[in-house]
Every structure is written in structure tokens, then in C-alpha cells.
Design a protein around this ligand. Structure first.
Ligand code: 5GP
Ligand code: MG
Length: 179
């Protein structure tokens, strides 16, 4: 088993790169199909979605725009429950088909807040594209249009996701090993 040490915690590979790439391609094909004829605006959520967005968008063949937004709700391995908007919307989304690109949906609070904020700007549509979803952790109902993988309610790092700022720069995804 391939282990990763991030600060004081040990993680083990749970989703290898090849599996991630396969699922990212599948989701991109769904987006290409569903939004054919449109010029969507992708809104990847920093920091966690940067690697997923880079891989996803390389597979998107539609004419599209990309604009990053930044929100944070996590400190360490525990959700704080409070959502901080760090970088707001730089683009006018009125009348646009918007695709939010998120690393992981846990309680769903971040995504629910984001959808509510974006809806105020009257986009033509809002779609949610998540790399990972923890179905057992969802506290609010969130419409998830695209999802690469569902995972158990464990803490993960890698492929853009961090533990205390570290561990984002890996090709595979790792799960916390309880010890
Ligand atoms: P939610 O608001 O859905 O509870 O939390 C969403 C955000 O929390 C995600 O965008 C992500 O930044 C962070 N998060 C949730 N679960 C994990 C996890 O297992 N690992 C890491 N690194 N971040 C997580
Ligand atoms: Mg995130």
C-alpha cells in the first residue's frame, strides 16, 4: 500500500490516478453532450478544484470561458460550518450557462451557499460538477449534475485537496489512516 505523510497524519492511496482520469473523461463527455451548442462559463472553486478543473477542461471541447472563485469552509480536518467568501465573482453570469467545478461535496453547505449566491445574478442555468461526493455526509439537498466518484465519509487529500494547506500536489487521492 502506498502511503503519504502530510504533517502529523498518514494517508493511504484510495483512488489511483488512472481511475481519476477515467472518471474525469466520462464527466467531460457528459458535459460536452449536455451543453452542445452552448458557450458555458466554468467556475472552478479554489483552492481544491484547481487540478480537477485543469484536467476536466482539457477534455471539454465546447467554446467556453473559465473564471475561478474562492470559498473556504474547512480548517484542519473538521468542517467549521461557517462559509467565508474569499474571492467573489469576477464575471457577469447573467444569462450564462454556469458550471460550478468543485473538488468535494461533504455537508453540501458550501455548494448550497454558492448556488444561492449565483442565482441572484440570474444565470440561464447552474450545473454542479463535483470530483467527489460523500453521500453519507450530506446535510442539505444539493442538485449534483456531474460527479466523478462517490466516497465514504472519510478525510482525503491529494489531487488538489489539502490537509492544513499541504498534500495538494499528488496525482492520486489518499485517505486518512486512523492510528
Ligand atoms: P461542505 O460545505 O460540503 O461540507 O464542504 C465542502 C468543502 O470542504 C470542500 O470544497 C473541501 O474544500 C472541503 N472538504 C470536504 N471534505 C474534505 C475532505 O475529505 N478532504 C479535504 N481535503 N477537504 C474536504
Ligand atoms: Mg472546495
Amino acid at each position: 500500500m502506498s502511503l503519504l505523510q502530510v504533517k502529523d497524519k498518514t494517508f493511504a492511496v484510495s483512488i489511483p490516478e488512472a481511475k481519476l482520469q477515467e472518471e474525469v473523461r466520462r464527466v467531460a463527455a457528459e458535459i460536452n453532450r449536455d451543453l452542445a451548442g452552448e458557450e458555458p462559463l466554468f467556475l472552478p472553486v479554489l483552492n481544491g478544484a484547481f487540478m480537477f478543473a485543469a484536467d476536466l477542461l482539457r477534455e471539454v471541447t465546447l467554446p467556453c470561458e473559465v473564471s475561478f472563485i474562492k470559498l473556504a469552509s474547512y480548517q484542519g480536518t473538521q468542517t467549521t460550518g461557517t462559509i467565508r467568501e474569499v474571492i467573489g465573482l469576477a464575471k457577469d453570469i447573467t444569462g450564462r450557462h454556469v458550471v460550478i467545478v468543485e473538488d468535494i461535496i461533504d455537508s453540501g453547505l458550501t455548494m448550497a451557499h454558492m448556488i444561492e449566491t449565483l442565482e441572484k445574478h440570474n444565470p440561464a442555468s447552474i450545473r454542479v460538477c463535483a470530483l467527489l461526493v460523500k453521500p453519507d455526509a450530506l446535510k442539505v439537498k444539493v442538485p449534483i449534475d456531474y460527479c466523478c466518484m462517490e466516497i465514504p465519509n472519510d478525510f482525503i487529500v491529494g489531487y488538489g485537496l489539502d490537509y492544513d494547506g499541504f498534500g495538494r500536489n499528488t496525482r492520486d487521492i489518499y485517505t486518512l489512516v486512523e492510528n
